[in-house]
Design a protein around this ligand. Structure first.
Ligand SMILES: *Cc1c(COP(=O)(O)O)cnc(C)c1O
Length: 369
């Protein structure tokens, strides 16, 4: 038992806990046959908007699409520059490309791994239209500073909330803090579906109308298309799953913080840097990501004990061939240093204290103490 494998994420326990209520609800939705933008999608949009404290929440097909639709809905397009982080999943910057805007990568804060507002400020030009922070690993970015800067310069802030469902800044939800927010319901995210799904949030009525149209072939009413749009809707069956998980999200995130607290305590004194938590913000630990010069040793020792670990992310976006044609900076030293030293440990609500202790024991054994 003590040496059974520990994965990065285990979705089985959550499914088992919800199965009794989920299966009848899904069967009901299947029998109702309103599969596209049906009653569960509409109800989930209302419930998510209420939870997040936003005027509008619009379901779509993925987190990547949510970013794309948000940029398009805010009118960002060719010639525009969008300042963002290189230390993220590629979708953040892919979406900027989808609207033919230019991603401008700037360096990140070495403690929070999030956009460094000083670097953002330096990168603003007359072509800058938006700032796109990512609340990486579930830690809210310094959104108040970015918002002030955006307000002074007439820029939009678009939050990538793919990893931050339920995270807050002074009690306000991520996704409610800028011009728009984009969430992902990829199965392993804090709020995960049984497939792909996404959500765009905004307080702006005009942007919401535009996004509502764009996600559904650019139509305003059925078969009337003032513009070219996309087919990007949240699936009705995913909405059933998400409606049943949403009431538990705070509990899930509390359990993730329990795991993180225990890692912090058990890893203290070892040659690694545990994740910082910003004052006034709640970190929801989509990932528990530490830094160490002994990363390879630690990951190998874990692997030998059938314990998963992972590197998010080994190659910063300004070093990806996909962005070679963007005017990428030669070097962003903090992002590069993080990519060389970061590693993430298993974290999910059902990870027990005993499992955390076992993981930390292996690390302690590997790197002394
Ligand atoms: C997961 C993720 C996305 C993309 O979400 P999908 O639903 O997989 O398309 C975008 N940004 C970040 C930071 C992510 O982690």
């Amino acid at each position: 038992m003590s040496d059974s494998p520990i994965p990065m994420v285990d979705l089985k326990a959550q499914y088992a806990a919800l199965r009794g209520e989920l299966e009848p609800a899904m069967a009901q939705a299947m029998a109702a046959t309103q599969y596209i933008l049906g009653p569960n999608v509409q109800a989930f949009e209302r419930e998510a908007a209420e939870y997040l404290g936003v005027r509008h929440a619009l379901g779509c097909a993925s987190g990547t699409d949510a970013l794309h639709l948000a940029l398009a809905g805010l009118g960002i397009g060719p010639g525009d520059e969008v300042i963002t982080t290189p230390f993220t999943f590629i979708a953040t910057a892919e979406a900027i490309r989808y609207v033919d805007a230019t991603p401008v990568f700037v360096d990140v804060d070495p403690q929070t791994f999030n956009l460094d507002p000083v670097a953002v400020e330096r990168a603003i030009t007359e072509r800058t239209r938006a700032i796109m922070p990512v609340h990486l690993f579930g830690q809210p970015a310094d959104i108040d500073t970015l918002n002030r800067m955006a307000c002074d310069r007439g820029l939009l802030v678009l939050e990538d909330c793919a990893q931050s469902f339920g995270a807050t800044v002074d009690g306000r939800q991520t996704g409610s803090l800028g011009a728009a927010g984009a969430f992902s319901f990829f199965p392993s995210k804090n709020l995960g579906g049984f497939g792909d799904g996404g959500l765009v949030t905004t307080h702006d009525d005009a942007a919401a109308e535009q996004i509502r149209s764009l996600r559904n072939h650019g139509q305003t009413k059925r078969y009337h298309h003032p513009q070219i749009g996309y087919n990007s809707r949240l699936d009705e069956l995913q909405a059933v799953v998400l409606r049943h998980k949403l009431p538990h999200i705070d509990q899930y995130n509390t359990e993730r913080r329990r795991v993180a607290d225990r890692y912090d305590a058990r890893l203290a004194g070892l040659p690694l840097q545990t994740p910082l938590r910003r004052d006034g913000a709640t970190h929801v630990f989509h990932q528990y990501t530490a830094l160490s010069d002994h990363r390879d040793t630690i990951m190998q020792a874990l692997k030998d004990e059938s314990i998963a670990s992972a590197i998010y992310y080994p190659v910063p976006l300004h070093r990806q061939p996909a962005f070679a044609d963007a005017a990428v900076p030669a070097s962003l030293p903090v992002a590069e240093s993080l990519a060389e030293r970061c590693f993430s440990l298993p974290v999910y609500p059902e990870l027990t204290d005993a499992m955390v202790d076992r993981i930390c024991g292996v690390i302690r054994e590997a790197v002394g103490g």
